[in-house]
Design a protein around this ligand. Structure first.
Ligand code: IMP
Ligand code: MG
Length: 178
């Protein structure tokens, strides 16, 4: 069984989201925002973020798949669920759990633009910047994450660990002692 090493506790995550929600509310003051959460990883982050925003928002979710049960991105992004709201002419904020190579986000930004969104911006709980392969801006990032496989607070490994209230690094047996 892999070992779980603590990275962020619940209280720390809440403070990070408070700050990011405050910035979004300020930047979008007087506008209406469509939040598009990326399933399934962003479901908890979306719920916590949306309750801290002071601007009017509508929400929807989009589904992508690239990982399977591996911890390395396949690079092939597939839509597994399309949005049900009309984003044409609207300000969109993609809500993502974690950005790794950037391929998923680059695909989603292009997709939402192609649907006629007026603006498409990105908010991510975690950003593993060191692993970026495709350039994509993440102006609302709660935490710059280490280059490690993380689980909890919505993030999974092979569909497990999503319900953990904090973020943990998954240490595989093959990694030995640090
Ligand atoms: P990217 O396309 O390589 O940027 O990968 C982004 C997606 O891969 C995220 O939406 C996550 O679902 C998943 N992912 C990337 N890194 C991790 C991780 O450390 N833990 C869990 N899921 C991850
Ligand atoms: Mg995801």
């Amino acid at each position: 069984m892999p070992e779980l090493l603590p990275v962020l506790d619940q209280e720390t995550i809440e403070k990070l989201i408070d700050e990011t929600a405050r910035r979004i509310s300020e930047d979008y003051a007087g506008r209406q925002l469509v939040l598009i959460g990326v399933l399934k990883g962003a479901f908890i982050f979306m719920a916590d973020l949306v309750r801290r925003l002071t601007i009017p928002v509508t929400i929807d979710f989009i589904g992508t798949s690239s990982y399977g049960s591996q911890t390395v991105s396949s690079g092939h992004i597939r839509l597994t669920r399309q949005i049900g709201v009309d984003v044409a002419g609207r300000d969109v904020l993609i809500v993502e759990d974690i950005v790794d190579t950037g391929r998923t986000l680059a695909f989603l930004v292009a997709h939402l633009r192609s649907l006629g969104a007026r603006s498409v911006n990105v908010c991510a709980l975690l950003d593993k910047r060191a692993r970026r392969q495709v350039e994509v801006a993440v102006p609302y990032c709660c935490y710059a994450a280490p280059d490690a496989f993380l689980v909890g607070y919505g993030l999974d490994y092979d569909e497990r660990y999503r319900q953990l209230p904090g973020i943990y690094r998954l240490k595989f047996e093959s990694e030995g002692t640090p």
